[in-house]
Ligand binder design. Structure first.
Ligand SMILES: [Fe+2]
Length: 374
């Protein structure tokens, strides 16, 4: 099949990528080689401000994994089970805020090479794991709202919530939930050893800078291994969180089962939070757009864990206001347990004040285009 090189801004729906398309500053693969370009992915590429050229070929007959897997998810006919999320309780909110402060303190002290111990951050991990064991939904909702916008520290908090919730859905025992949560809080602590002009650079990193950036994984590992009581699983999760299933990651270019399964969970949480958070150089993707990017990374991320993540995350909490592609504004009133990306939305007519509901599971041409955060 013919492969051509075109400018990224000339990509059109229907084209098939012949190479991975990456978000330059983070190196995250936005779309894998073989992905078919759609209107939605074009929007994501635009938001990520990806520039330069890429290789594509045209192939209508090639159905990509992304498309077929998403279709499969959409076609799952599950009973609509309302998942009610009450008002966020103050205790969980306090835990979220306190964890943020603890992480900030730990990272700041680490960057100044002050003596640090794991006591506080370990206690925070224990509390998050306990809260998620009771119910993952409250903390997931807080992670969704992303009320903390200091990326370095909020990323650690959100990743720890996502990875612990995912581990809970896989039925990890309590002790391991606590440990993987701690791995989530500490996975990027080695970034304090990377020069700030590289960590905070809004433009694309040069090849040399990216090589320096990659080292944060080794630095995180080195910093964490010196603490007593840190498990091998935790260290492997941290050391391998940028490895990818197809061998395209770093530091060791490990493949498939060579990658520790905790690191595979951490990779999903890490990528999802990175792409759904506002950064200096681009706006956040909407939750469902983030989920689609994850699915398009299915060759890179563990597909079984990814499916569990997509099925269980809270992309649109009950009560959340959304804008539909029809232009209507509605409120999410219930979620499908296995299809959280296609909720039931209630619309109030402006004039008559009458309400009607749209079930997005049955209206596949209607989709959420925005979230209104109040
Ligand atoms: Fe990282």
């Amino acid at each position: 099949m013919k492969v051509i090189s075109i400018c990224i801004d000339q990509l059109k729906p229907g084209m098939i990528l012949a190479e991975d398309l990456r978000d330059s500053p983070t190196g995250i693969v936005l779309l894998s080689s073989g992905s078919k370009i759609t209107e939605k992915t074009l929007r994501a590429i635009e938001q990520f401000n990806v520039q330069g050229r890429c290789l594509v070929y045209f192939a209508d007959q090639n159905r990509t994994f992304t498309e077929s897997s998403l279709k499969k998810i959409r076609q799952e006919k599950n009973k609509q089970i309302p998942v009610r999320i009450g008002k966020i309780n103050l205790q969980a909110k306090k835990l979220y805020k306190d964890t943020y402060k603890t992480v900030k303190d730990f990272y700041n002290k680490s960057s100044m090479n002050k003596t640090v111990d794991l006591y506080e951050i370990n206690k925070a991990a224990e509390s998050i794991a306990a809260e998620i064991t009771r119910s993952p939904q409250v903390l997931l909702q807080l992670a969704f709202l992303k009320t903390i916008d200091d990326y370095t520290f909020s990323h650690a908090v959100h990743v720890s919530i996502y990875v612990t919730a995912l581990a809970k859905y896989i039925n990890f025992p309590a002790k391991q939930l606590h440990e993987i949560c701690l791995a989530g809080l500490l996975h990027d602590v080695g970034k304090v050893d990377i020069p700030l002009h590289i960590v905070n650079k809004p433009e694309k990193l040069s090849d040399e800078e990216f090589e320096v950036m990659k080292e944060h994984v080794r630095y995180s590992f080195n910093r964490v291994r010196d603490f007593s009581g840190v498990s091998k699983d935790m260290l492997n999760a941290i050391l391998q969180h940028h490895e990818r299933m197809d061998g395209s990651g770093y530091l060791e270019k490990l493949k498939g089962s060579e990658i520790h399964h905790w690191a595979r969970l951490l990779a999903i949480a890490d990528v999802y939070d990175a792409i759904t958070t506002d950064r200096v150089y681009r706006n956040a993707l909407l939750p469902h757009e983030g989920a689609e990017i994850l699915m398009s990374n299915s060759g890179k991320l563990d597909i079984q864990y990814l499916n569990i993540f997509i099925r269980n995350m809270i992309f649109y909490p009950v009560g959340c206001k959304v804008v539909l592609s029809t232009g209507e504004i509605g409120t999410v009133i219930s979620l499908h347990r296995n299809m959280p990306l296609r909720p039931l939305v209630q619309i109030v007519d402006k004039d008559s004040k009458k309400t009607h509901t749209i079930n997005l599971v049955n209206n596949l041409t209607t989709f959420i285009t925005d979230i209104i955060k109040e």
